[in-house]
Design a protein around this ligand. Structure first.
Ligand SMILES: [Zn+2]
Length: 316
């Protein structure tokens, strides 16, 4: 243990933890209390960084800075990260949406700060955050479903998180939803939900759909945000595309409901938060009729559900 970490361990606050939310685009970090209040917060870009050690160092610097500025020494660190994770050695490994092949996190952070470090995928952390701090403790079976760089879910049943054999359960972004367009997914498969309907998937699906259905070639640099904004101001091409997208989302969401039979589904991620009626509203119109339809609502935690969930795990 370093001198710095030895002195920190003597002064830790039992009522505070540090949490990290590592996504494909940004990393967020905060100091959080037992009520879920974020007392200090910072955010940095990680998009395009291909060196795992560089990301690990950035996170270490962010946490050291938050501890210094808040003058709070947290009792533990909770990490929420884009998956897949290797819980045996505390690393992110082979993520289809990140440029690094592996990022070691738990051991280096534990060595640096001298406090316990826990780690889980961001969707599981999001489910835990919603359950604990989003007013969802009454939900028997809760699915947290997020549309971001990828698509993923976390499932809680009777207060217990579904983890799977190695922490990677509920990778619903890789549910097959199509055999017509055969859009390639970042994982190497084809026809997977996130290849069509995530932040990275929407432009790929839009290009394939435009070329075949509308016989036009869109700007190759067009983003998901630009396509969805154009649909919202009633661009005929983008509006028509959004109907196709809703069918795909209806298939994905139907598969989620069939798999987990949830009481409630919480939708999150910038794709849904920025375009609630276009994405959430339209997809629920394409659900399979035989299903028991749960309550489906938007997250109330302003994009912080995974960070808060990582904090919950650190308190345990
Ligand atoms: Zn896939």
């Amino acid at each position: 243990m370093s001198k710095e970490s030895a002195s920190i361990s003597k002064m830790v606050s039992r009522n505070h933890v540090a949490a990290v939310d590592l996504g494909a685009t940004h990393v967020r970090a905060g100091i959080i209390d037992t009520e879920g209040k974020i007392l200090a917060f910072s955010r940095n870009e990680v998009k395009g960084v291909s060196d795992g050690v560089e990301i690990q160092k950035l996170i270490t610097d962010m946490l050291a800075d938050l501890i210094r500025k808040s003058r709070i020494l947290p009792k533990a660190i909770g990490i929420s990260t884009a998956g897949p994770v290797d819980l045996k050695n505390g690393s992110v490994t082979g993520s289809p949406n990140m440029k690094c092949s592996r990022i070691f996190l738990t051991e280096p952070l534990c060595d640096q700060f001298g406090i316990p470090v826990s780690m889980m995928t961001d969707c599981k952390a999001g489910a835990l955050g919603e359950y604990t701090f989003g007013g969802e403790k009454e939900a028997g079976t809760l699915v947290y479903l997020t549309f971001s760089t990828g698509i993923g879910a976390g499932v809680i049943e009777n207060g217990k998180l579904l983890s799977g054999s190695n922490g990677n359960a509920s990778e619903v972004g890789h549910f097959p939803v199509d055999t017509n367009w055969n859009i390639p997914c970042g994982c190497g498969g084809t026809g997977h939900w996130e290849a069509y309907a995530s932040g990275t998937g929407i432009p790929k699906f839009f290009r394939a759909w435009s070329e075949k259905s509308a016989e036009c070639v869109p700007n190759p640099a067009i983003t998901a945000e630009e396509i969805l904004k154009a649909a919202e101001i009633k661009s005929p091409l983008c509006l028509s595309f959004s109907e196709e997208l809703a069918k795909i989302n209806g298939r994905g969401l139907s598969a989620v409901i069939a798999a987990y039979n949830p009481d409630v589904i919480i939708l999150d991620g910038p794709i849904v938060r920025n375009h609630p009626s276009l994405i959430a509203g339209k997809m629920t119109g394409h659900l399979d009729h035989y299903l028991t339809i749960p309550d489906i609502r938007l997250s109330s935690l302003d994009g912080k559900a995974p960070l808060l969930g990582a904090a919950c795990a650190a308190f345990k």
